[in-house]
Design a protein around this ligand. Structure first.
Ligand SMILES: [Zn+2]
Length: 177
């Protein structure tokens, strides 16, 4: 690598270290001409990730869109931003592990599984946004329900949503494991 100070074509490495838990390599470098020292990071260029939608349409995986959908589902629910971030990270890993492309239906399923563990109301609100069923991409408004079986719905602190029992009784999606 060339020296950022004097422009010499070659610099030497003084020290190489793991960074970001092994996701990157950090090198301390030195210019033999002017003795300038600097640091570089080496990272893998991430491969583009894709979502396979109905009709085999491929679309770039968009974490921002997923985050927005999950945030909408968690509206007025006791779900923290960090928990939504963890779901987005998990989906991203699932797409990588699947070889860089994953069905939108599977993505929707994982979101539902994760939300169900976190909060029944957010789970139901997300389920209500899957349109058409199983598309995996949240669209439009969801249901306004809370799952009374989920202990998080009995928390007294924080913003919560009222349980509308008559809708709950009519919903086939409220059973828990
Ligand atoms: Zn130099």
């Amino acid at each position: 690598m060339e020296c950022p100070s004097c422009g010499a074509a070659k610099t030497s490495t003084l020290e190489t270290r793991r960074a970001d838990d092994g996701a990157a390599v950090r090198r301390r470098r030195r210019c033999p001409d002017c003795d300038h020292r600097f640091t570089t990071f080496e990272r893998r260029e991430p491969d583009p990730l894709y979502v396979i939608k109905r009709g085999d349409r491929r679309q770039r995986f968009d974490p921002e869109k997923l985050r927005a959908g999950l945030t909408r589902a968690a509206h007025k629910r006791p779900v923290r931003a960090a928990e939504i971030e963890a779901i987005v990270g998990r989906i991203e890993r699932a797409v990588v592990e699947a070889g860089g492309e994953l069905d939108s239906e599977r993505i929707g399923e994982i979101c539902l599984e994760q939300l169900r563990e976190l909060d029944g109301g957010a789970y139901l609100q997300y389920a209500g946004t899957l349109s058409p069923p199983g598309s995996g991409i949240p669209q439009g408004a969801g249901l306004v329900l809370a799952d009374p079986e989920n202990p998080r719905n009995h928390r007294t602190s924080g913003p919560t949503l009222s349980v509308r029992k008559e809708e709950h009784a009519a919903s086939p999606t409220t059973e828990t494991d």
